[in-house]
Write a protein that binds this ligand. Structure first.
Ligand code: EPZ
Length: 436
């Protein structure tokens, strides 16, 4: 298994082009199930989660073509993948455990597959490193739209012989995945559906914008989403939004190393809550049109209090990265994790690097400032892994981060983007060094 070696202490200075959003790309690729016409998607990032979803969709019958631009030099960064997806025919109604155990977002095929064919058999996603992550709200919503649901041998079997029918669905929490699944299912249902207490995360709004282009009438009022189902869903061309979590992560990398980072290809409004915290602790953030310049402007950061919440609150996907940053603030910082019940697996690894962090249920208390010292570390999920990259970049000495496959799931060209800004980072392949 590959690992990453980082020699800390260099300031990160330079420009980083933000890639397309992973968490927008996945549901939008899945929305191609709603039509037999072609969906052309621009700004798809080059990530292993995208590759896993391509395999899932191909098993269901998708014809998928996508181009990877040639890397001009060893330090250039790639992006702008254009993907063509067409589901002329559905050849299978079953999504298997083999792929879904690697990537939970694949479960979202159940809604559109059921809506299009009247039957879907999809593996339950199984356990996860950040929490139990049930799918009860997805299933409750599909039942409201008229589906019969059974669970057999680890698979959800959903049937709607006479098609789905629009209804009012009240989510007990604004689940991102359940909202996206139900929006897709309701798009092909007969009549109007309303999802109350829906997720209004930017990635959900991106999915809605794409499905609107495909010809579905969808209105959003506050956190209610109103969908007029139609059988006339057509193909479209759509550009995926940029990745707000990647942008937030590199913003922190710049500040934490005392450097200066310019983020391009990114809409700053997507990160208002994290940017407010960065400003409060001592960073300057200058906003331009799709460009941001960020740097640390104090000697020592101020501490902060953070609570993760649904959008527009502070995103859970930046919690681990902010925890790494707050180890460098003078004083006591507090992070409350309110979205997932087990999203503190990075804490013990940060502690091994010298951080002082106390955990009490969903609350972490970070006592700073502590000097971070490089160490061999290991993470259990994508955002936890990247928090260790941030800690390593500002630590003294060498850090080896194992289980790099987590990073490859969600950060396009991570090493190259960091190297281009002056960080010292290299990938160690299982038995040899790769010269980057
Ligand atoms: C999405 O996961 C993202 N994944 C996650 O990003 C992100 O952390 C999360 O939303 C929250 O923003 C993708 O977009 C692919 P939820 P999702 O349904 O849809 C509970 C990353 O690192 N819940 O909003 O699975 C659930 O257990 C990932 O990129 C139920 O109880 O998140 C959690 O506590 C990780 N029943 C809370 O709701 C359900 O039926 C929010 O989950 C569904 C969810």
């Amino acid at each position: 298994m590959d690992s990453i070696r980082i020699l800390g202490g260099n300031q990160l200075r330079g420009q980083i082009k933000i890639s397309g959003s992973k968490n927008s790309s996945l549901p939008i690729m899945i929305s191609s199930l709603l039509t037999d016409q072609e969906l052309v998607l621009d700004n798809i990032p080059n990530l292993t989660d995208i590759e896993t979803l391509v395999l899932i969709l191909k098993d269901l019958g998708a014809d998928i073509n996508y181009s990877i631009p040639k890397r001009k030099s060893s330090l250039s960064t790639t992006s702008d993948r254009i993907m063509h997806i067409k589901f002329k025919n559905i050849i299978s109604n079953q999504a298997n455990y083999e792929h879904l155990s690697k990537m939970r977002a694949g479960f979202l095929v159940i809604g559109p597959l059921l809506a299009r064919t009247g039957y879907a058999k999809v593996s339950m996603p199984g356990g996860c490193a950040i929490g139990t992550r049930p799918v009860d709200m997805h299933l409750m919503g599909l039942k409201k739209l008229g589906a019969d649901i059974k669970i057999e041998k680890g698979y959800v079997i959903a049937e709607a012989k006479n098609g789905l029918v629009g209804n009012k669905i009240h989510l007990s929490k604004p689940s991102v995945g359940a909202t996206q699944n139900l929006i897709m299912a309701a798009s092909l249902a007969k009549g109007e559906s309303i999802i109350l207490n829906a997720s209004i995360e930017p990635e959900t709004m991106d999915l809605i914008a794409c499905i609107r282009k495909m010809g579905v009438d969808i209105d959003v009022h506050g956190d209610n989403v109103q969908i007029q189902g139609t059988i006339n869903i057509k193909g479209a061309s759509y550009e995926i939004m940029s990745d707000r979590i990647e942008a937030g992560t590199y913003a922190i990398a710049g500040c934490m190393t005392g450097g200066r980072i310019e983020l391009t290809n990114f809409d700053p409004h997507l990160l208002e809550s994290p940017f407010e915290i960065l400003r409060n602790i001592g960073c300057s953030i200058k906003l331009f049109n799709r460009r941001i310049v960020i740097e640390k402007v104090v000697k020592d950061f101020e501490p902060a209090k953070i609570t993760t919440e649904p959008y527009p609150g502070f995103p859970t996907d930046l919690q681990a990265q902010f925890m790494a940053l707050l180890t460098q603030a003078s004083g006591k910082s507090i992070i409350n994790e309110r979205i997932f019940e087990n999203r503190f697996m990075h804490v013990q690894e940060l502690v091994r690097m010298g951080a002082k962090i106390n955990l009490d249920g969903d609350k972490a208390t970070i006592i700073g400032k502590t000097e971070l010292i490089g160490a061999p570390v290991m993470a259990t999920d994508l955002r936890a892994s990247v928090s260790l990259v941030l800690a390593a970049l500002s630590a003294k000495g060498e850090t080896i981060i194992n289980r790099v496959y987590h990073l490859d799931r969600g950060f396009e060209d991570l090493e190259k983007k960091i190297l281009n800004c002056g960080g010292i980072i290299e990938r160690i392949q299982e038995n040899k060094y790769e010269v980057i």
